[in-house]
Structures are given as C-alpha cells and as structure tokens.
Write a protein that binds this ligand. Structure first.
Ligand code: NDP
Length: 248
C-alpha cells in the first residue's frame, strides 16, 4: 500500500492564504490530508487558516515561501517533511495576474508574472518530481483564459498555457511511480485576483458569460481539486479539467 491509500497523506497547497488556495487548503483536510498552507506575504491570514483547520480536527502548518525562488521551494518541502513526514500531493495554486495589451505591457509586471506563475510552477513541479511519494498527485492551476484568448490577457494566459504543457509532459516523465499530473482551469472566480480593479458592472457582465450565469466560488474549484487528489480521480492523468460553468 502506498501513502496515497493509507489515509495519512500530506498536501502542499501554494498560495493558500486566501482565495482559491485557501478553499483548497480547507477542503483537503476534510478528506483526511494534512496540509501545508503556503503563502507569500500574508502570514496572519495563513496562520489563522491553519488554526481554523486544526480547530476543525485537521492538521495544518503555515509555511512562507515565494514560489519563484527555488531555494524557498526546497525549504517548503523540507518543512512539510519535518512536520508531516513527506509529501503526497502538490497543488500548484499560487499565481498573480496583471492585465495589459502587449503594446502597453510593463517589463517588471511581465517578468513577475513569468517568475511567479510559470517559473514558480516549474520550481514546485521539479521539487515534487524529485520528492513526491509514489502514488502521489500533482494538480496545477491553469485558467480558462487559455481557451478564451481575450485581449489584455496575453502574458497571463501564456503562463497558464505553459503550465498546461508542463502538466502533460510531467505526467509522462513520472511513468512508473503511480503519480498523476493534471491541470484545473477555472473561469472567473470570486477572489481578489479576479475582482480587484473591476467595476461592479463589468463583474456582472463577466458573471453572465457562462451559461450557468454566475461567478465561480473558490469552493467550486476546491471540489474539483479534491476529486483529482482523491480516490475517484485516480484514473485521470495528463488532463486539463476546465471548471468554469461552461464559459468555454
Ligand atoms: P488570489 O489573488 O486571491 O490569491 C493568490 C494567492 O497566491 C495568495 O495566497 C498569495 O499569497 C499567493 N501568492 C502570490 N504570489 C505568490 C508567490 N510568489 N509565492 C507564493 N504564494 C504567492 O488568487 P486566486 O485565488 O484567484 O487564484 C489562485 C489561482 O487560480 C491562481 O493561479 C490564478 O491564476 C488561478 N485562477 C484564478 C481565477 C479567478 O478568476 N480568480 C481564474 C482562473 C485561474 P499572499 O496572500 O501571501 O500574498
């Protein structure tokens, strides 16, 4: 029996201090997983979430690491090892978004999106490929903008397209270890990343785009991640699962 079956599994959720990552970190302990609540800067939010999980009977530790820094990512895996004995599930959720047309793109903001979203995911996937226990799961957060291809989303969507390709490739590279690698691609979801800077009329308009006529909630996405992390998702490998109410 692998750790994936034993009920003592351990997950790292990057960017779990708020938004979709926080919902995932709160959901996985209900399925019996211990979680590392990773964050970049909001230590108090991550600590409060970890405390809430523990009060509800789960196991959780907040761990600071900027995913764009490979040494910090390695230390985060060390912290998971020290706290819970190993890692079985990586949820690559940390991400940032800066919208601009290519003509108006700012170098610093382009570089930061590439560093956090793309290089950050490479850093965590590489560490996971080296250190995940057999039978594990890697779940990468892409975005439905890869399919929507709207103006101003170019650089952000390119980082997510890269994450999708990496998911397919890593699924094959991990042949023989019983580890699945998949991507989840949400549509518009009610978090700071989506809501910040958008007037209410635009939010309403975007919410109506999907045939289900509402925004996604972080819990909608957490449920999909939990499926891929759990026994019912075991046969899904090397896939992109769009969770977006039918927007694309
Ligand atoms: P939020 O902006 O609400 O939260 C982002 C999280 O990422 C925070 O916990 C933040 O930590 C963390 N983070 C940011 N930079 C880093 C870093 N360098 N290292 C570690 N952690 C970092 O985002 P969402 O919850 O909306 O997004 C989560 C994921 O889902 C992202 O990958 C995003 O691209 C994707 N997504 C979101 C959609 C949406 O509509 N919301 C749609 C499609 C995809 P801290 O609080 O410490 O700053």
């Amino acid at each position: 029996m692998t750790n994936a079956d034993s009920g003592s599994r351990v997950a790292i959720v990057t960017g779990a201090s708020r938004g979709i990552g926080a919902a995932i970190a709160e959901r996985l302990p209900r399925d019996g997983l211990a979680v590392i609540v990773n964050y970049a800067g909001r230590a108090a939010d991550a600590a409060a979430l970890a405390a809430r999980i523990e009060q509800a009977g789960g196991r959780a530790r907040p761990v600071q690491a900027d995913v764009s820094d490979p040494a910090a990512v390695a230390r985060m895996f060390d912290a998971a090892q020290a706290a819970f004995g190993g890692v079985d599930v990586l949820v690559n959720n940390a991400g940032i978004m800066h919208l601009a047309t290519l003509a108006e793109g700012d170098d610093a903001l382009i570089d930061r999106q590439l560093a956090v979203n793309l290089k950050g995911s490479i850093n965590t996937m590489r560490e996971a490929a080296r250190r995940l226990r057999d039978g594990g799961r890697i779940i990468n957060l892409s975005s439905s903008v890869v399919g929507l291809r709207q103006p101003t989303y170019g650089v952000y969507a390119a980082t997510k397209a890269g994450i999708e390709v990496l998911s397919h490739v890593l699924a094959k590279e991990l042949r023989g270890r019983g580890i699945t690698v998949n991507a989840v691609a949400p549509g518009p979801t009610a978090t700071e990343l989506f809501l910040d800077g958008k007037p209410p009329e635009l939010v309403d308009q975007l919410a109506k785009l999907a045939p289900l006529e509402r925004l996604g909630q972080p819990e909608d996405i957490a449920g999909v991640v939990a499926f891929l992390a759990g026994p019912d998702g075991a046969w899904v490998n090397g896939q992109v699962l769009r969770a977006n109410g039918g927007i694309v």
